[in-house]
Design a protein around this ligand. Structure first.
Ligand code: IVH
Length: 671
């Protein structure tokens, strides 16, 4: 039995240890323990605190999440106005800024600090005697919203400042930027769309929207990060007389400072820094939209003073925007494999920092309605990292009155079947009688991870369906050479090749066949589980919901989908025809799927690969018996890092998962 005194002592120790490891991880980026070891400390602390709840203090590392949802945010006044920055786009403007600074100071030697201009949400945090007591958004600069409980959920925010190296001030008000890493942003959007909720337009909105959730538990689930860059007020502590020193001190107190900050002896160095960062920008895991140049010495800053809303001692030197203005020429609807109708804006092509953008997804009808997007509108489109272009704003002042509202039609534009609403989405009810769905179903059926029919790609499938040669997937197995020869682009040899490939596909494994059927949510991995469990198609077709649910990793949604699929007469007819044509699907899984060289190994890919698409890389892994997953965990074996890796890379480092380059991966898989 632990006595209260013993518990008190150990609790103190544990809190100190945890804070120390947070500091190593977040501020120094040099963790010394694994995630598992960290969790162990946390669990021990939680356990002791649950035995002695009277020992819980609000600044305990266990108390990040827990406050009840707020009705609304309270307004709080900032200690000093949170100013914004004058901006410049051109080198000349920066030189003029430097000249003015020197003129007003009456000197010709000025040192600057250059920092990345983080594209997130500005916040103020107040620490009293080292304890976090307040966190607020910028608001209008004078008053912000009290988001303390939400700020506390951000792991990189210390609840208690470190005092190991330098003492903590009585009061410290510090400004920083809450950001969302691009990878996390993409993942979040995927989840939001799956849940039928509105996706976020860009990582900045992702950060702002997440921080401003009324329920702190929801904020806690959003992956937010923060960098600190300005001391707004400090009491009971002397000696910080430059921005550079301020940044170093923030680090010592455990407040994360961007590692790319740089002291510049003269303005030319800051201009070079701008060029360097512009080049580096695409490889960062988060968005920056420029750099901020600040006069280093505080006495100089004071002398220069502030204007109404911006300081005269700092300037933002922006990068060319990844946003451009263009026009929506039309809105079309894309029909997905399972019938989901996705509205897509066709744009007057525009160059957005080196990439020609001519389409942007509009996600769904709610998105169009909320943004009030109309055909003919002038819009701002943006590209974040390698994210699909998005419409981020409608320039309503450019409207002429000729713009047309858009609504997803009530009949499928491809097959004319009824369209039904399903959550936030509209769906064509035509099933495989809809040529658009059929084309996608066949392309999927023939794809590498499925029946692997070489030479049967999107264009060929389009031709086959459009010419009426194929009306269902099973028709593939009844194609005759003379039919193929009637299609453009087919000659003797190519027709023979395709027919051989189709013939060969009859021997694919059951796992591949199940995957090829395109049952919603049944990916390659699940298909293999099903094949191994049931051994034959007959058994799978007879399986009840309960039989399916008894498989570890299979939940109600997949179970329902499988049962529903085999209840559909059309699907049963198709399967029967394929079997008559000789599709066997007898062996559960192919040898190479079962005991491949990557058997039991899990891979995660992050960043842009140079030699494969993500899907290709995943297919290679699976082919060799490994598993590709989209998120890093302790059970991940390898994280393959491409260009511009995101937070998965950071996570891999934290979890001490083996990180390999694309080249090492290629070597491993013999490519
Ligand atoms: S200093 C008085 N430093 O940019 C100085 N701001 O356009 C005020 N920002 O609202 C800010 N990174 O949200 C500063 N390293 C940085 C910054 C930064 C991003 C944001 C900040 C501010 C906006 C000004």
């Amino acid at each position: 039995m632990v006595t209260k005194e013993q518990a008190e002592k150990r609790i103190e120790e544990l809190r100190k240890l945890i804070r120390h490891h947070n500091y190593l991880y977040y501020v120094l980026n040099k963790p010394e323990i694994s995630d598992a070891q960290y969790d162990k400390l946390m669990n021990e602390l939680k356990e002791l605190e649950s035995k002695f709840p009277e020992l819980i203090t609000p600044d305990s590392p266990t108390q990040r999440v827990g406050a009840p949802p707020a009705e609304q945010f309270e307004t709080v006044k900032h200690v000093r106005p949170m100013l914004s920055l004058d901006t410049a786009m051109e080198k000349e403007e920066i030189k003029k800024f430097d000249e003015r600074v020197k003129r007003e100071l009456g000197i010709d030697d000025v040192e600057y600090v250059a920092e990345p201009k983080l594209d997130g949400l500005s916040v103020e945090l107040i620490y009293e005697h080292g304890k976090l007591v307040m966190g607020s958004t910028r608001g209008d600069g004078i008053n912000g919203e009290n988001v303390t409980e939400n700020i506390k959920t951000i792991r990189a925010v210390p609840l208690v400042l470190r005092s190991e190296e330098i003492p903590v001030p009585d009061v410290l008000a510090v400004r920083g930027e809450v950001i969302m890493h691009i990878d996390d942003f993409e993942e979040l959007n995927k989840k939001l769309i799956e849940k039928g909720e509105q996706p976020m337009a860009n990582p900045r909105n992702g950060a702002a929207g997440s921080l401003r959730r009324l329920d702190p538990r929801e904020t806690a689930e959003r992956p937010l990060d923060i960098f600190f860059y300005e001391i707004m007020d400090i009491r009971g502590y002397d000696g910080i007389n430059t921005q550079w020193k301020a940044l170093q001190s923030l680090k010592k107190w455990g407040l994360k400072v961007n590692p790319l900050v740089r002291k510049c002896r003269e303005i030319e160095e800051a201009i070079e820094y701008h060029e360097e960062m512009a080049e580096k920008r695409d490889r960062l895991s988060y968005e920056i939209d420029g750099i901020v140049i600040k006069v280093n010495r505080f006495d100089y800053q004071e002398k220069l003073g502030v204007k109404s809303r911006s300081p005269r001692w700092a300037i933002a030197y922006k990068f060319p925007p990844r946003e451009e203005v263009t026009e929506i020429v039309d809105i079309v609807v894309q029909v997905g494999r399972t019938g989901t109708l996705t509205p897509v804006a066709l744009l007057k092509p525009v160059d957005v920092k080196g990439v020609t953008v001519s389409r942007a997804t509009l996600h769904n009808q709610d998105f169009i309605d909320q943004m009030d997007i109309r055909i003919g509108d002038t819009v701002k489109v943006a590209r974040a990292g390698d994210v699909i272009p998005e419409v981020v704003a409608v320039l309503k002042e450019k409207r002429t009155g000729r713009e047309k509202k858009f609504h997803i039609p009530d009949k499928c534009p491809v097959c004319g079947s009824d369209v039904v609403k399903d959550g936030a989405f509209y769906r064509c009810t035509g099933g495989l009688s809809c040529p658009a769905q059929l084309k996608r179903a066949i392309t999927h059926f023939a794809s590498k991870g499925a029946m692997d029919i070489e030479g049967l790609g999107g264009k060929t499938v389009d031709m086959m369906v459009d010419s009426g040669l194929i009306k269902g997937v099973s028709d593939l197995y009844f194609i005759k050479k003379e039919d193929l020869l009637k299609l453009p682009r087919f000659a003797e040899k190519s027709a023979d090749n395709l027919l051989n490939a189709i013939e060969e596909s009859k021997n694919r494994s059951l796992a591949r066949f199940i995957y090829a059927l395109g049952i919603p949510n049944v990916g390659e991995h699940v298909a293999r589980l099903l094949a191994k469990k049931f051994g034959s198609l007959e058994n799978l077709m007879k399986a009840s919901r309960e039989d399916l649910l008894s498989i570890y990793e299979i939940g109600p949604e997949i179970a329902e989908n499988v049962v529903a699929f085999f209840r559909e007469k059309h699907n049963l007819d198709e399967i029967e025809k394929m079997r008559q044509a000789g599709v066997r699907a007898t062996t559960a899984v192919e040898k190479k799927e079962e005991g491949g060289p990557l058997q039991g190994k899990t891979f995660v890919f992050t960043g842009a690969l140079q030699n494969f698409s993500r899907d290709e890389a995943k297919a290679i892994v699976e082919e060799l018996g490994g598993r590709a997953s989209s998120s890093v965990s302790k059970s991940t074996d390898y994280v393959v890092v491409g260009k511009n890796p995101g937070s998965k890379y950071e996570k891999a480092k934290k979890l001490e998962v083996k990180i390999i380059t694309e080249e090492e991966f290629m070597e491993m898989v013999g490519k």
